[in-house]
Design a protein around this ligand. Structure first.
Ligand code: CAA
Length: 702
């Protein structure tokens, strides 16, 4: 409990000469109303107290402040706003020093920028991540940051949304010092010195040297913004962020800030930011297991073992090495092991070449990896992840072996993407310790981890898998056991429909263009070519299923990018539509007796998305996914669904479930495909006038 209110403490040092204001709103010092009001009161107190000569502002714990309280968005704005707080800072005639003790993000960073000087702990990070919420920094950040860091750096920081280290912030001129030793003592000393020297107050709003350069040469801005805007495709926030920063050097401060606020409010009320805020909370909800008994603790993981040094196994091993968890990679053949290790080293070298890793860091990571042909080393692992060929017999045999060798209590994880985790678990005498950990390819890059909870999986094993996932930097979503789990089961519906669209009249490039324009990084055919068409072909053959066009391509040796041809022809990685593919499609359609027709973009989009939503409804009804938002998380982080469209189930609500139900019914009727008939849950929700969001528990803050 602070002396101003529950979130803000005011005390003095140096016999009342320095006021110390501490923000204390766990867990992240979000700037909720009470905190803002407390800051205004504390600043007024410092201003009014004649004895106080300077102010130090800091936060508790790991955070200076993580910015605006996102749960307040969508509610009526309550004064004082953060801008009001910063206006008070601007009005201060006594030096105010921010002691940035931890992360200063969004409004938290803007608050620090509103102080006269900033001292940061070496571990602190500063950033303006609003763009990731479909917003822009709305409390002066787009105006003050360019003045301190220059326009090009401000563009990079604001349009990437990525925070910078204290050292980088110092180099950029965002902070004034990164003292060694106790930050608070250093800030107090800085305050004393500023008073003693009568240092003129340095308000960021009045600093002009760096933006003069952009005033003289707006190309500085254009060049910095161009790569971000190119990637923005359909998303509003990057455009608005860029416009706001442009205002910093085109307009006087007050007008620039007025424009910034107008752009911020426009984004705040828009659908895209609502969707992105939904995703923010969805990610965090996905980590919560409603039936997890209180007190269940994840098991400690000191060492990992990955069985299989293929592309997947290597990528998974990298995830552990990247965060400093030692990992043993077990293979059966030297050549495979060597290939796997070489691939890992190559991956790291590419990252170095891109400037995202140092040689020293790579050496450290490589040193965390131990290749071995000795299966007995499985016993070292607190977690053992299997990443061998996708074949049930092989996996059953392997899990039998793991059972014999792994240490008691070790988490045994399968990376299967299609097989029944319960069956695999039954090959061991400890099914409670078995879980699915479905990584996405490339495993060291893709953010999603589907944790598959088997019937016998214990709470402790589940908690451990989720904690490990978080530790290696993944976004985790839990799926029950079913064919394809959440993601691939829905994807299968899209694949069926995309093949059908080709037969009925579309070409791969037509379908891919619609899906790309919707916001996916690529369409289903380009994605198939990238992943390799032979994978699905082999699975289909095993199951006795056919897909006329994809099968014909594979029979012609067109496996995708790796063979230089698939649904497209490839020159390197660039796809070119191929008349040969059109011929294969026309033949397949003729064989099936289908008269091809022109298919509208609207129809293509509906058929690419609605059948997936329908399957999502079944997945929910069966309890495979715990909540609609978990499905959104899977699709955004595993399959590139555009985050600003909130995920498939969120999107369904925005379109309206009745519309989707009716369209599915029409497509089911026309195709005779019963799987397209509206799912029971969809029918129920429509009948009750409800949406998917109404099934969710917990906060949404949107
Ligand atoms: N507002 C409200 N709640 C927040 C929050 C915020 N800004 N940031 C985090 N939280 C909540 C989370 O929802 C979570 O709640 P539950 O435990 O109930 O799920 C809790 O705080 C802890 O968060 P994390 O689990 O994410 O903890 P972490 O340590 O892994 O990450 C973090 C911490 C880096 C701050 C991360 O939470 C994050 O990125 N937060 C958002 C930061 C942000 O975008 N700030 C800008 C806000 S917009 C703004 O400030 C606009 C403006 O210009 C005025």
């Amino acid at each position: 409990m602070g002396s101003i209110n529950a979130s803000v403490d005011f005390s003095t040092r140096d016999e009342g000469r320095i006021a110390l204001i501490v923000m204390d709103n766990p867990p992240v010092n979000a700037l909720k109303h009470e905190l803002r009001a407390g800051l205004v009161a504390a600043l007024a107190k410092a201003a009014a107290d004649a004895a106080v000569q300077a102010v130090v502002l800091t936060g508790t714990g790991r955070f200076f402040s993580a910015g605006a309280d996102i749960t307040e968005f969508g509610q009526p704005r309550r004064a004082p706003s953060l801008i009001d707080v910063i206006v008070e800072l601007d009005a201060m005639t006594k030096p105010v020093i921010a002691a940035v003790n931890g992360q200063a993000l969004g409004g938290g960073c803007e608050l620090a920028l509103g102080c006269h000087w900033r001292l940061a702990a070496a571990s602190a990070r500063l950033g303006l991540p609003e763009i990731k919420l479909g917003l822009l920094p709305g409390a002066g950040g787009t105006q003050r940051l360019p003045r301190l860091a220059g326009v090009a750096r401000a563009v990079e920081i604001i349009l990437s949304g990525n925070p910078v280290s204290a050292a980088r912030a110092l180099a950029d001129g965002i902070v004034d010092a990164v003292p060694e030793g106790d930050l608070l003592e250093a800030a107090l000393a800085f305050a004393r010195q500023a008073v003693a020297a009568g240092r003129p107050l340095r308000r960021a709003r009045d600093v002009t040297d760096k933006i003069e350069a952009a005033r003289a040469d707006p190309k500085i801005f254009e060049t910095a913004a161009a790569p971000f805007l190119r990637r923005a495709r359909g998303e509003q926030a990057p455009q608005s962020c860029a416009r706001a920063v442009r205002g910093a050097f085109e307009l006087p401060f007050e007008e620039g800030q007025k424009q910034e606020l107008a752009l911020f409010l426009e984004l705040l009320q828009g659908e895209q930011s609502r969707a992105r805020r939904h995703v923010f909370f969805a990610e965090r909800e996905a980590q919560k297991i409603p039936d997890m008994p209180a007190g269940v603790q994840p098991k400690p993981i000191a060492r990992a073992v990955v069985v299989g040094a293929g592309t997947m196994g290597g990528g998974i091993a990298m995830c552990f090495a990247n965060v400093g968890i030692p990992v043993t990679i077990v293979e059966t053949e030297q050549a495979a092991l060597d290939r796997g290790m070489a691939r890992i080293a190559d991956n790291y070298r590419t990252t170095i070449a891109r400037g995202n890793l140092t040689q020293a860091e790579m050496d450290k990571r490589m040193a965390a990896l131990t290749p071995s042909l000795d299966f007995a080393r499985v016993a070292e692992g607190d977690i053992v992840i299997e990443a061998v060929f996708e074949e049930m017999g092989l996996k059953q045999k392997l899990f039998g072996d793991l059972d014999r060798v792994a240490k008691p209590g070790a988490l045994l994880a399968t990376n299967t993407s299609t097989l029944d985790v319960d069956v695999i678990a039954r090959s061991t005498a400890r099914p409670a310790d078995v879980v699915g950990m479905h990584f996405f390819s490339p495993a060291n890059v893709m953010k999603l981890l589907e944790v598959v909870r088997g019937k016998a999986t214990s709470h402790e094993a589940l908690a451990t898998a989720m904690a490990v996932g978080k530790r290696i930097g993944k976004i985790v979503a839990v799926s029950g056991v079913c064919d394809g789990f959440i993601g691939n089961r829905m994807l299968a519906r899209r694949s069926t429909e995309s093949e059908r669209l080709l037969l009925e009249g579309a070409l791969p490039q037509d379908v891919d263009a619609v899906v790309y324009d919707f916001g996916f990084p690529m369409g289903p055919f380009a994605m198939g070519d990238l992943a390799g068409l032979d994978v699905g072909w082999r699975i289909r053959k095993g199951r006795g299923i056919t897909a006329a066009i994809s099968d014909a391509l594979c029979e012609a040796g067109r496996f995708g990018q790796k063979t230089g041809a698939g649904y497209y022809r490839y020159d390197g990685r660039t796809p070119t539509p191929d008349p040969e593919v059109e011929r294969i499609i026309l033949e397949a359609a003729a064989r099936a007796g289908i008269t091809r027709r022109a298919i509208s973009r609207e129809e293509i989009l509906e058929r690419m998305v609605y059948p997936m939503i329908n399957e999502g409804a079944r997945i929910l009804d069966e309890g495979i996914a715990m909540r609609p938002s978990d499905i959104d998380v899977v699709w955004i982080y595993g399959y590139g669904w555009p985050a600003w469209r909130g995920g498939p189930m969120w999107y369904a609500d925005s379109v309206g479930l009745r519309v989707i139900r009716d369209r599915l019914a029409a497509y089911a009727e026309r195709s005779g495909d019963a799987s397209l008939r509206p799912a029971a849950l969809l029918e129920r929700l429509v009948a009750e006038g409800r949406d998917f969001a109404s099934l969710a528990t917990g906060k949404t803050g949107t």
